[in-house]
Write a protein that binds this ligand. Structure first.
Ligand code: PLP
Length: 389
């Protein structure tokens, strides 16, 4: 069965009422018929029927064994990192999400976990970073904001040969486009706040484990540490998953049109989008992603904070805001917003300069979005001829 058909029909019809939408079990506790005897649920931190539908659904979508839902993407990432022990070493991409960078380099550092940040596009660099203490490789692809592509199959060969866990943060690609477990990953995490929720209205995270054994360890952390997703928010993600592919396909089509448009503009120095044939990761992306995604980054020719300010205050449809993956188009200035917590000296590793802008392309009509960008480009026109549209 195709991805979306399978997903839609994996959502069970409610047996007791026939309700076609999953009931929201807004309850903390469940009545026992006698001590220790209940119908599979006893307390919502440990398990909730609405959350269970979501957890099974994301496991199906990612072709994994076990799903677990958390109160945020960071809580999901934290649950995976809790599989580590003092003394363990992690290898992570040198341009991973700022929150993951912060978690590893501050809180987990306090517990004696060390981390090496490497260019995961370079196998030799990964091999060189592996020590006898290495336990986990942490991958994001496409990366944020420079949209670099990591070859998941290649990294998974290294992980398997060295007996390391491989976790992929699949937030930017979603299971509609990329399924890391099929490419060899052991664990997948999501900030479901982004495309899976899809409507900029729920903070949430998901973990999928390839095996039941790993999945049980994640569920243990979920119950023991307690950063669970609420029933109503679980329901919102079930609803999001129903239209995920439809939305993601359109986000990707719109982003492709915008990336191609920006590539031809004299006010733009460089465009980063894996769907462009000139993108360094295009062929790897095409081999592991069904869609290239909804994020486009670009560097203004005038690579300054002033130009970035002029541009981002000139767009009307692209709203200036953090986050991504929703219906409405957003624009962000990574140097001062999404990546402000990353030390300035590390910005080059992320491809961040003052004139770099990131678009989360929404579901408006692409002609309208391009018109909006065209008018904002006037604010950073480099010469008279650029004003002739
Ligand atoms: C947003 C994001 C996170 C963190 O998720 P929250 O839901 O904000 O906690 C993690 N990884 C990536 C790639 C993200 O974009």
């Amino acid at each position: 069965m195709s991805f979306t058909t399978d997903l839609i029909h994996s959502i069970p019809v409610d047996e007791s009422t026939g309700a076609i939408s999953v009931p929201i079990y807004q309850t903390t506790t469940f009545v026992h018929s006698s001590p220790g005897v209940h119908q599979g649920y006893d307390y919502t931190r440990s398990g909730n029927p609405t959350r269970k539908v979501l957890e099974d659904l994301i496991a199906t979508a990612e072709k994994g064994s076990t799903g677990a839902a958390f109160a945020s993407g960071m809580a999901a990432i934290d649950a995976v990192l809790r599989l580590l022990k003092t003394g363990d070493h992690v290898i992570a991409g040198n341009d991973i999400y700022g929150g993951t960078y912060r978690l590893l380099t501050t809180l987990y550092k306090n517990f004696g976990i060390t981390v090496s940040f490497v260019d995961l596009q370079n196998e030799a660099e990964i091999l060189l970073a592996i020590t006898p203490q290495t336990r986990l490789i942490w991958v994001e692809t496409p990366t944020n904001p420079s949209l670099k592509i990591v070859d998941i199959r290649k990294v998974s060969h290294i992980a398997k040969s060295k007996n390391l866990l491989l976790c992929v943060d699949n937030t930017f690609a979603t299971p509609a486009a990329q399924r890391p477990i099929e490419l060899g990953a052991d664990l997948v995490v999501h900030s479901a706040t982004k495309y899976i929720g899809g409507h900029s209205d729920v903070i949430s995270g998901l973990v999928v484990a390839a095996t039941k054994e790993l999945g049980d360890q994640i569920l243990y952390v979920q119950n023991a540490a307690g950063a669970i997703l609420s029933p109503i928010e679980s329901w919102l993600l079930i609803r999001g998953l129903e239209t995920l592919e439809l939305r993601f396909k359109q986000h990707s089509e719109n982003a492709q049109a915008i990336a191609e448009y920006l590539s031809e503009r004299p006010e733009v120095k460089e465009v980063f989008y894996p769907g462009l044939k000139v993108h360094a990761g295009h062929s790897v992306a095409a081999s592991q992603q069904k869609y290239f995604g909804g994020i486009v980054s670009f560097r203004l020719k005038e690579d300054t904070i002033e130009a970035a300010r002029k541009f981002t205050t000139s767009t009307k449809l692209f709203k200036l805001a953090e986050s991504l993956g929703g219906i409405k188009s957003l624009i962000a200035h990574p140097a001062s917003m999404t990546h402000a917590s990353i030390p300035k000296e590390r910005h080059p590793a992320f491809g961040i300069t003052d004139g770099l802008l990131r678009l989360s392309v929404g579901l408006e009509y692409p002609v309208d979005l391009i018109k909006d960008l065209k008018s904002a480009l006037k604010s950073v026109a480099i010469n008279e001829s650029a004003l002739i549209l």
